[in-house]
Design a protein around this ligand. Structure first.
Ligand SMILES: CC(C)(COP(=O)(O)OP(=O)(O)OC[C@H]1O[C@@H](n2cnc3c(N)ncnc32)[C@H](O)[C@@H]1OP(=O)(O)O)[C@@H](O)C(=O)NCCC(=O)NCCS
Length: 173
């Protein structure tokens, strides 16, 4: 990926998530983009990258052959929000993950947004299950029916994501 694209994606997440968490999430995006198996989907408006979503591998420790992804971060530049960029990111992003043959996509996110795109709350574990105080925020989108039914037990995200604070929903509205 071109350096200018990495910069544009970093800036999207920094500004989308605002002054409180933007810088940290943008840094996470940079680390994800440096990993070989990260999927990155961007949506443009004119010549501008208006939104970006990243997908990183997510593994059930006892089922290492079942390939899943974690969706994060997902951001749209504030001036483009509310005009369908987020919808396009979801549609193109899920299609991109589906094309890899993966079983499912997980997300720890806004319970009002993701169900529009086929995500439903899941009782599978996050990597830090004791920190999930808002269970409806942990969702899955199966990419074929029953794909995650047999999965269970401990899970792992990519190393930069194995930070307990990122999985603690107690401070979320
Ligand atoms: C959430 C976000 C990615 C949505 O992108 P967007 O371009 O504004 O979304 P769209 O204009 O495509 O809206 C798609 C639909 O989702 C709804 N929606 C948008 N943001 C929403 C939110 N935070 N909660 C619930 N619904 C939301 C819209 O009303 C729209 O509904 P409709 O199709 O019925 O009209 C964007 O607002 C953003 O970057 N927010 C800040 C960062 C963030 O919170 N990311 C998600 C963290 S999990």
């Amino acid at each position: 990926m071109k350096h200018s694209d990495i910069q544009a994606i970093t800036s999207i997440h920094c500004r989308a998530f605002g002054p409180k968490e933007g810088a940290e999430i943008a840094q996470l995006a940079v680390r994800f983009l440096a990993l070989p198996n990260t999927l990155s989907v961007s949506v443009t408006r004119g010549s501008v990258l208006a939104g970006n979503v990243l997908f990183t591998p997510f593994v059930f420790v006892e089922h290492p052959k079942v390939r899943c992804y974690l969706l994060a971060p997902n951001g749209v530049l504030p001036e483009f929000q509310g005009h369908g960029v987020g919808r396009e990111l979801m549609e193109q992003g899920i299609a991109a993950v589906q094309a890899t043959g993966a079983a499912a996509v997980f997300v720890l996110g806004v319970p009002g947004f993701y169900p529009r795109y086929g995500f439903t709350p899941t009782d599978k574990q996050t990597p830090f299950p004791q920190l999930l105080t808002t269970p409806e925020a942990w969702m899955v989108r199966e990419l074929h029916p029953g794909a995650v039914q047999a999965l269970g037990g401990a899970t792992r995200a990519v190393t930069p994501f194995m930070v307990p604070e990122l999985w603690d929903t107690s401070g979320r509205g």
